[in-house]
Design a protein around this ligand. Structure first.
Ligand code: AMP
Length: 328
């Protein structure tokens, strides 16, 4: 069975973009692949978060993953810092990673621009830690967005380089992967671009009914179509895209027909959209609320995940140490 690996940084709650863009497919993948889903708390240290934020966000993501249907019996759900073997592989990869190539990575250059006062070595070696995360389980497939493509290239490069230096055929090159071959982009409510935490345009899975309604009613619209069947401008298309994700096809078609006939009332559409988002989120929200304070359960899940991930990681490391020339 092929191995799939995906990580998420603990930086807050999951939103509809995370759900439809990633987590929904994880729930399907866990039945078809050997899955490792981890919470990337080491990666999050590049921005120097407060300890309490790391603790809270890690618990939050764990609870939200479980509420979405990721099953700790099927997949290994673990916290990155519980699997120390990753650090050793990170060190080995760093020995064969060169300053020039690390400095040329676009996401590093972006961070240099965005946080000039905190250009730490962790930022520079982000691609080697990511390669270690992936290759420690010798993962075949990594579900990633376009923004991670260059880091995936680096992971493949480090795998090839290791094989070349030690004259082995040990690491496979991990493949970037879109489940169902479709990359879903969930739009935000502010008229343009995708839904994201930092964009301030997100609906979170844990948002209550009143919050969802308020956010949707505030979504950007225009003064309405003036000609039948005219193309929808981005803010309007975004509402329809969200509706396609959460509403019944009949509901979508009803408002689409109204739009095409220039009879649409955005207020009605938004009320319906808010109600359908709420119906979609309500069962997940209830589960999040039930799980998030159950520290014993969350600790048990994290322990189980750490055991599974450590076993897989230890096997790789034993072999790697031997290849490198260390005593085992
Ligand atoms: P982030 O919250 O940006 O760290 O993303 C975590 C995961 O959710 C990644 O796999 C992203 O590709 C996915 N994701 C985040 N926002 C969206 C969005 N608006 N549409 C689709 N996928 C998203």
């Amino acid at each position: 069975m092929e191995t799939v690996l995906s990580g998420i940084r603990p930086t807050g709650n999951l939103h509809l973009g995370n759900y439809f863009g990633a987590v929904k497919s994880f729930v399907k993948m866990q039945d078809e692949f050997n899955c490792f889903f981890f919470i990337a708390d080491w990666h999050s240290l590049t921005t120097h978060p407060h300890p309490e934020n790391i603790r809270r966000s890690t618990r939050t993501i764990l609870a939200e993953y479980l509420a979405c249907g990721i099953d700790p019996e099927k997949a290994a759900i673990y916290v990155q810092s519980d699997v120390k073997q990753v650090l050793e592989l990170y060190l080995y990869f760093n020995m064969n990673a060169y300053l020039g190539e690390l400095e040329r990575v676009t996401s590093f250059k972006e961070k240099v621009r965005k946080q000039p006062d905190n250009i730490n070595a962790g930022l520079l070696t982000y691609p080697t830690l990511m390669a270690a995360d992936i290759l420690i389980h010798r993962a075949d497939k990594v579900p990633v967005g376009k923004d991670q493509e260059q880091n995936m290239e680096m992971a493949r490069l480090f795998a090839r380089r290791f094989n070349r230096i030690y004259e082995v055929d040990y690491f496979k090159e991990p493949e970037s992967f879109h489940f169902n071959h479709i990359a879903v982009k969930v739009p935000g409510l502010d008229g343009s671009g995708k839904m994201g935490k930092s964009e301030g345009n997100a609906i979170y899975l844990v948002d209550d009914e009143a919050t969802i309604r308020k956010k949707v009613m505030h979504a950007v619209t225009d003064s309405g179509p003036t000609e039948p069947n005219q193309q929808k401008p981005e803010p309007i298309q975004n509402l329809f895209t969200l509706m396609a994700l959460v509403s019944e096809p009949d509901t979508y078609n009803f408002f689409n027909d109204k739009y095409n006939a220039c009879e649409i009332r955005y207020g009605d559409m938004k009320k319906q959209l808010a109600a359908d988002i709420n119906s979609f989120c309500a069962p997940i929200r209830e589960k999040i609320l039930a799980i998030q304070d159950d520290e014993d359960y969350l600790a048990r899940v994290a322990r189980l995940g750490a055991e599974k991930a450590s076993a897989s990681a230890e096997k790789t490391l034993r072999e790697v140490r031997q290849i490198i020339g260390f005593r085992v």
